[in-house]
Design a protein around this ligand. Sequence first.
Ligand code: ZN
Length: 437
Amino acid sequence: MAYKHSYGAPRRRLKIVPLIIAILAVALVLAGVYFLVGTLGKEDAHAEYEEYNEKNKGYGTVEQFKEESKNFYISVFYPKTDNKNLNKIVTDTYESYINEEKKNKNTKEDVLYMDYSIDRVFKQYVTIKLDFKRIDFENKKTLVHKQELFTFDSKTNKKLTVSDCLRGKYMDLLTSLNASEVTATTNTLKVGTDALTIYTDDKLENNISIKYTDNKDYIKLANKNIPSNAPTNIAAPKQQKEIDPNKKMIAITMDDGPHKTLTQRAMTAFEKYDGRATFFELGNNVVLYPDVVKDVYERGFELASHTKSHSQLTKLSADKLDSEIGDTQNAVFKITGIEPVLVRPPYGAQNDTVKAAFKSYGLTSVLWDIDTLDWKTRNAQKVCDSIVNEAADGKIVLIHDIHETSIAGLELALPILHEKGYQFVTVSTLYQYKGTN
Ligand code: ZN
């Protein structure tokens, strides 16, 4: 009995187990079919967001970022290139689009979809247009549409602005093309093979086109395939170490150069402390010493304008005033590929006419706080004393790099100021940290 009994129990269990297995199996198959059909149905519904336009994708590979959640179906196509900096700009842009849209909650499903076009010319300029949409999935209605177009320069590794592409009195050119809404920092632009295209509205519907061949004197882009006066053999300027905004800084400026030897001697003095300075140069001397000017640029010092021939600008005719400023801009540009953004009028003489002329070249006028009168005393110790005694945080000092005594005085002053905790900066750097006042 015990045997039977003990035998009987497992037998009864044996009957139940297959039944459970069978039920489970059927349930599993049904669930699988249901799941498969469901998924396929959903995939089908999203199919149109799983596609991208194959045209205009001539550079890099097509990548997709995908995410499905309760309220969002995200399908973002973006380009991946061999340039890390560009890739970062692209991913940062679409991630910020997504994050911004996720903040706007919805009850039903919305689709976040992005397609793009990419174009590279002369192996240097990459133009990307990103087209991002938020779509109400059920009603197929576009709720948000954002477009972004920009051009990336793979040589300088930055997004180009109008002031990176155009030079001289380009604001006058833009006005003549009825594009006065375009500013120096506008970056909705495309560098094409024959022309620069600047978009004049957010929807990218209107644009102006500037043909390189017709506007050579306005073109700043440095590429051998683009007609311009830019040199193509210039090294990137040596960057100053990071500035400590909490430490004192002073901008020592030198007028009337460049000088064939003293300008470089001055730079060497600053470099002992990883310092920089601004040189307000005369156009006539720039033409005389192009190698010094190139050196100033490549060593990371600031090239500024002191106009062409040291005339008193307030007494000049409009034409003469224009050439005093314009010729100096042209001379510096031909050597370095950059133009001064700061100008110091000789004798500090300026009026509204002069200021308007500066502005038409994008120039800001800079005077000084501390006048060492170095041209008068011609005594190194006196120059040094003047700098050291009057030095204060945020001040602009004036000396001249055409007198040996001035540079000798500078060499005496720098170690003392360094000891007092000063950082030696260009005027532009000083403005960046302390404002223009
Ligand atoms: Zn001067």
